[in-house]
Design a binder for this molecule. Structure first.
Ligand code: UD1
Length: 359
């Protein structure tokens, strides 16, 4: 390729698509060429293709088709397959998103080729190295050149880790840009009061013990629960012979993963959300919907300090909080600074300058 001013985006998994869509579209307003590389970490239609369509992301220029595997297999496969592509494109800037394996693998390949990297959603820390995503976040932040931060804690974390201040930009949250833009298309057919449940973290769903805890939560919660089941969770429910136990619960409706607009509609209409996802903690804060997070920690503390999120300690704590919500005594929450739908606009202005200065 011999075009000038090229930015390349690497996306691989469902949350990446939601974060990248508004930035890709904002960068079309600039005098830049864009290349999209899809690693294929997520490949099912309902986790990948449908998101490209609904979020108006152009077809990827390159598809690595790496699929599932152990962390080492998935990461090494991306490393191997992306290197020749990066050499061919030779972008002025590589943009990576969030904390998934595709993010760390692409960053590692690019940094060894001396390609400049911008990390969107930089600086988040759970301080829990048992989470694969935490390892990915730390590595990416220490090898990338530009850090785009979503919340206050990110600034503190990066400063403590000695990251050069001039490389850090507090721009807000591109995931919330997508949310704001999509709200009017959000759909939900539920008429009764319901809670929305998502659970896919290895720490909650890989072991039988974790799944039994979740089963107990579903049995003791009396509100109707809608549960779109992530493929990782489905696989483990089958592996541990627990799928039928969940199916037997009267107030629980299990579904295939929902499309972005359906999921947004359900989040917006739910009385509360039960989740172990990172992004959903932020989306519920933006919507003002109570979020009960089934984890010991979060890398997104602003959703707790400012927003509508709370970490659940145990089964009793959960039922206490549900009661508070139903009695309308749960905290109201505010929205963190710059979660206003314009993060991508801010990032695109900074990226334009970076790329023009480097050419
Ligand atoms: C990945 C991310 C996680 C993110 C999540 C969002 C890492 C380390 N993890 O986890 O941070 O929150 O995506 O969904 O990068 N599968 C399918 N279809 C697919 C993809 C996966 O059926 O398109 C199944 C496979 O059985 C696979 C399992 O889901 O083994 C897990 O997929 P994987 O990409 O390893 O991790 P996620 O749990 O999706």
């Amino acid at each position: 390729m011999n075009r000038k001013n090229i930015v390349a985006h690497v996306v691989g998994a469902r949350p990446n698509f939601v974060k990248a869509a508004p930035l890709i579209n904002a960068l079309y307003e600039k005098d830049l060429s864009q290349v999209i590389i899809h690693t294929g970490q997520h490949y099912s239609k309902n986790l990948s293709g449908d998101f490209f369509e609904i979020l108006n992301i152009p077809e990827p220029d390159y598809h690595l088709s790496v699929g599932s595997g152990t962390h080492a297999l998935q990461t090494s496969e991306i490393l191997k397959k992306i290197e020749p592509i990066l050499l061919d494109i030779n972008p002025d800037l590589l943009i990576v998103y969030g904390d998934v394996n595709s993010t760390v693998a692409a960053s590692l390949a690019a940094s060894k080729l001396q390609i400049k990297i911008a990390h969107i959603e930089s600086g988040l820390r759970s301080f829990d190295r048992n989470m694969p995503e935490e390892i990915n976040r730390v590595i990416v932040d220490h090898i990338c050149n530009y850090h785009f931060v979503t919340e206050e804690s990110g600034l503190e974390n990066l400063a403590r880790e000695g990251i050069e201040k001039s490389s850090i930009f507090y721009v807000g949250n591109t995931m919330i840009d997508t949310l704001k833009k999509s709200l009017e298309k959000a759909v939900c057919s539920e008429e009764e009061q319901f809670a929305l449940l998502t659970c896919h973290r290895p720490s909650n769903v890989d072991s039988k013990e974790g799944l039994l805890k979740l089963l107990d939560i579903c049995k003791t919660t009396k509100t109707k629960i809608i549960f779109p089941v992530h493929p990782r969770t489905k696989l483990n429910l089958e592996k541990h012979g627990l799928l039928h136990e969940f199916e037997k619960i009267n107030n629980l409706t299990m579904k295939e993963p929902l499309s972005y607009t359906e999921f947004l509609g359900h989040m917006k209409s739910a009385s509360f959300v039960l989740t172990d996802s990172g992004g959903i903690q932020e989306e519920t804060t933006a919507l003002g919907v109570p979020c009960l997070t089934l984890r010991d920690n979060t890398e997104r503390p602003s959703t707790i300090d400012i927003g509508t999120n709370i970490l659940i300690k145990d089964a009793d704590h959960l039922q206490e909080q549900i009661k508070k919500i139903l009695d309308k005594k749960f905290k109201k929450g505010k929205v963190p600074k710059n979660w206003d739908g314009f993060a991508s606009k801010r990032i695109s202005n900074i990226i334009e300058e970076i790329v023009i200065q480097s050419s």
